[in-house]
Design a protein around this ligand. Sequence first.
Ligand code: SF4
Length: 385
Amino acid sequence: MAGRKGGIVDVLGLYVHVPFCSAICNYCNFNRGLFDEALKTRYVDALVREIARTGEAGGTGRADTIYFGGGTPSVLEPAEIARIAKACSEAFDVTADREMTLEANPETVTADRLAAFRDAGVNRVSFGVQSFRDEELRRLSRLHGAARAREAYAGARTAGFDNVSLDLMMWLPGQRVEDWMCSVDEAIALAPEHLSLYLLEIYPNAPLKEEMARARWSQAPDDDAAAMYVEAMERLEAAGYRQYEISNVARPGRESRHNLKYWTDGEWLGFGCGAHSTRDGARWKNVSATADYVDRLDSGEPVAVDVRRLSRAERLGDALFTGLRLARGLDEDAIARRYGVDVWQQYGRDLEPFLENGLLTRCDRRIRLTRRGMLLANEVMAVFV
Ligand code: SF4
């Protein structure tokens, strides 16, 4: 049965986590590990078992997106992607028009592999490009160079993909605003349907932090980071992209349907180690360690931990928090219908100062972050937490 909230039936998104990478990048804080052929084989079996088990438990429903994220899902063989997708279709009523995204690193794909992924049912590829400048990619210890990224992109087009996304990262060590804009311009010239732009965050124990200290690389001042964000968004808009979320732009109609579920109070099930799920007012997370996940599925033990039923207040808080990430803003009427809460009445007093200093706007019963507000989103969103 599909999830129901306030009479609204949600079509699920399915997320499949693939925790393997060919090398570990010096800034990475994701749930991932080095590729290990034997463990990968067991992991794919475990994934298929977890998906089937959800089906047997009667937890199925309609799903219209499948998203392979990681890690580096493109280190799997196309046949393995096909097998996991088939398990999804057997356990869920996957719609014919489903969006099936594969996150891919440029160095893991060839035109032939991309064609095989397409045959496996993938219809959207999201490349982790990060930069079109070799020097920056080396500093991030990425395995690919700019030429390899261009080649991968061309390979996707040759394979017939008409929905391609590129990830770029700004505020890299030693990166100036003009360096960043070179990458943005190059991305625009390739004309993908979708782009995600992230600010590099350097977590305390990241090897990159030490390398930066040794090599005396620093990140540009905060004002430059803000300029990188604003100038990129303006240039992308001038090129026909529409910003629909703090970090995401797309050609009209090419927004990520899967990721929109996270920002529109939707429901999703995550499979694989460390994957999160949200359904029917409950939230849970799978065990993080790959071997632990595989062992548990082998022995028939549950993989979900931290299962929590969310209170109405928590669900409302999440809906407000994530909804504000969208460029179209929070729909006060939709929140009132779903949660019976008048957002402005409840939070207006705390939000008013942000309206006055130009971080928020309120119009037609929608509350939106301005572009400057998007840079300081956490401060505004703290009102809802
Ligand atoms: S490829 Fe992605 S997930 Fe893998 S180590 Fe690098 S940043 Fe992390």
